[in-house]
Design a protein around this ligand. Structure first.
Ligand code: AGP
Length: 619
């Protein structure tokens, strides 16, 4: 996702635009730019990298004007560089636009426009919008924007200006947010409230296919028939800090709640009818057909995603997979070669150990595929092929939506590989995708049930907190899972550790009697992932063994299962029913929420936990 801002008024344009973009950096920060209307022309300044680089450039060569637009980018098409940064112009330099979203038919539109002599300067989908508006312009910017938008497929929030129309900004949206800030002799357009909050608390939410036409003295909204419509203004009572988190207390909670949307977007982008498509993959299918083994290499949460990837690829594509942490892989002279596909998973794309592991794998002749969330990052650039997770910026150090996005890509890649290697077919893909497509709605329902009964999770956390203090801060948590949810036991323990600083250990439940059961007496708190599946009965036995030794069990169960409720399990957390293979995408949600509430009970800094960094760019 990206951040857009527009301003028309008498204040210093670049000052308003830059401060607005600073409030939107949480939406994307790999490049930024501004376009400012000044006597019959448009000045555009845009730079790769953090916003401060653009600020320095504008300090060196200030620009002034009557109205302007700004953009901070989270690259989807085209690596982060000056040319791909927004705002984009048409080839005649009459129009400038800022865009948030994905234009799915940009290739066809670009080819048509190039045939008409329109020259392009970037690799982005967004540049097509500026060219289309220019092509449709017959003296009225709103008419041209609406005519251009009708030709676009996909999602967009657009802010547009034209050099012949000083002070005027036109905005339109479909499936990407755009809000209006109403001022006195000034008006604003933005992707989100934080960008306008220091100037006005009166905002109007633009709905899909609505167009706003504004200058400093007027602001009118039109429907898709170009009829002016009445819109109610909302008075915002958030402060700036809350607004950046869209009203959530922490970025971590906001990102937990973004997960259904993230999964939905991945499926929307990557599933065309019953085909799974990875446009940016760039590894020949023939090479993937011939591989003999797969190694998945990553750190931390990404490593746990890789462990689930093993279950998926071995089950769907029947190809042997082993998983290793990057820091071990890079030093043990690993047995990978030209017959190996090495998948490196990294949210940031800058983790030093994973980058080193990538280089080691390439040096040994393996094919390297990166699953990454940051376009243009080192790992994304150095791999032979990349699949982006499109989770948007993840601000909280504790990874949540990036983990789910990595899993979403792994589900699709496992099935893609299965078809490629002849182990499955279109019919098998149809069945698989039908079930996978149900998950975002199930996740949404689960989160809504949590919201309706939030204090339940908070109560469990409070009970643990009380117990922990009474045990002189010694008790630790054991997380148990089996089969495809065993890696979720590791991930749940990591979430608790990294934001609550409590010792927690994830274990395959079948290993309990080989050691950990000796801990139960002083450490009775055990999270058991006991959803319906092949090894459910075995987990039930584990739960009984723990209970018999005084364990305090929080069981994650499938809806409607009453086997342990009010009996062995002190507390139960239900997840919607789904096939076991898809359950990790749901099980992870209560694990994240429990860690969040325990950390909240302890009063720790949830978004920036001590000693940790969002990206470990050193060994
Ligand atoms: C996860 O919550 C942690 N922040 C950490 O384990 C993280 O997953 C790990 O550092 C890997 O980061 P990457 O995905 O950016 O490579």
């Amino acid at each position: 996702m990206c951040g857009i801002i527009g301003y028309t008024g008498s204040k210093n344009i670049t000052d308003v635009l830059l401060k607005g973009l600073a409030r939107l950096e949480y939406r994307g920060y790999d490049s930024a730019g501004v376009a400012v209307l000044k006597n019959k022309g448009i000045d555009v300044v845009k730079k790769q990298g953090k916003l401060c680089i653009l600020e320095d450039e504008l300090k060196r060569s200030p620009i002034t004007g009557t109205a302007g637009i700004g953009h901070t980018r989270w690259a989807t098409h085209g690596v982060p560089n000056d040319a791909n940064a927004h705002p984009h112009r048409d080839y005649k330099e009459d129009v400038a636009i800022a865009h948030n979203g994905i234009i799915e038919n940009y290739r066809e539109l670009k080819q048509t426009l190039e045939k008409k002599g329109y020259g392009f300067k970037s690799e982005t989908d967004s540049e097509v919008i500026a060219q289309l508006i220019s092509a449709e312009y017959k003296g009225d910017l709103r008419f041209a924007v609406m005519a251009a938008a009708k030709q676009l497929k996909g999602s967009f929030a657009i802010a547009a200006i034209h050099r012949k129309e000083p002070e005027r900004i036109v905005g339109i949206r479909k499936d990407s947010p755009l809000i209006i800030g109403l001022g006195v002799n000034e008006n604003f357009l933005a992707s989100d409230i934080p960008a306008v909050l220091e100037h006005t608390k009166n905002v109007v939410y633009l709905e899909n296919n609505e167009t706003v036409d504004m200058n400093r003295d007027s602001c009118v909204v039109y429907n898709d028939k170009d009829e002016p419509i009445e819109k109610k203004a909302t008075k915002i009572d958030w402060n700036i800090s809350q607004a950046e988190k869209s009203g959530y207390k922490h970025f971590m909670l906001k990102e937990i709640f973004e997960q259904p949307e993230v999964l939905k977007n991945i499926l929307k982008k990557r599933v065309k009818n019953s085909d799974i498509v990875f446009e940016e993959l760039k590894i020949e299918e023939d090479k993937l057909k011939k591989i003999k083994n797969v190694a998945i290499i990553a750190c931390g949460t990404a490593y746990h995603a890789g462990l689930i990837g093993k279950y998926l690829i071995e089950k769907n594509a029947r190809t042997p997979v082993w998983v290793d942490t990057s820091s071990e892989f890079r030093y043990r002279d690993p047995l990978v070669d030209k017959n190996s596909l090495v998948i490196v998973i990294s949210q940031s794309g800058e983790t030093a150990d994973t980058l080193a592991a990538l280089r080691e794998a390439k040096q040994k002749g393996a094919i390297v595929l990166a699953i990454c969330n940051v376009a243009g990052s080192s790992i994304a650039r150095e791999a032979d092929g990349v699949i982006y997770t499109y989770a948007g910026p993840e601000i909280a150090v504790a990874s949540t939506k990036a983990y789910t996005a990595q899993l979403g890509v792994l589900y699709l890649f496992a099935q893609y590989l299965a078809v490629l290697r002849g182990v499955s077919d279109i019919a098998g893909t149809k069945r698989f995708l039908q079930k996978l497509k149900e998950v975002p709605a199930l996740a949404d329902r689960l989160l809504k049930q949590y919201q309706a009964n939030e204090n339940r999770m908070q109560k469990y956390a409070a009970k643990f907190h009380k117990y922990y203090l009474a045990s002189n801060n010694k008790s630790c948590f054991l997380y148990l899972g089996r089969n495809i949810n065993y890696p979720n036991a590791l991930e749940g323990a990591l979430k608790l550790k990294e934001i609550s600083y409590i010792s927690a250990e994830g274990y395959p439940a079948g290993e309990m009697k080989h050691g950990p059961i000796a801990l139960i007496d002083e450490n009775p708190w055990v999270i058991c992932i006991a959803v319906n599946g092949e090894t459910y009965e075995k987990m039930l036995s584990n739960i009984q063994e723990i209970k018999a030794r005084g364990g305090i069990i929080i069981a994650i169960i499938s809806e409607g299962n009453n086997d342990v409720r009010g009996k062995e399990a002190e507390y139960v957390i239900e997840i919607p029913k789904t096939d076991e293979i898809f359950s990790p995408l749901l099980v992870t949600l209560p694990l994240q929420l429990l860690a969040y509430h325990v950390a909240a009970e302890f009063g720790y800094d949830i978004d920036q936990p001590r000693n940790l960094a969002k990206s470990v760019t050193v060994e």
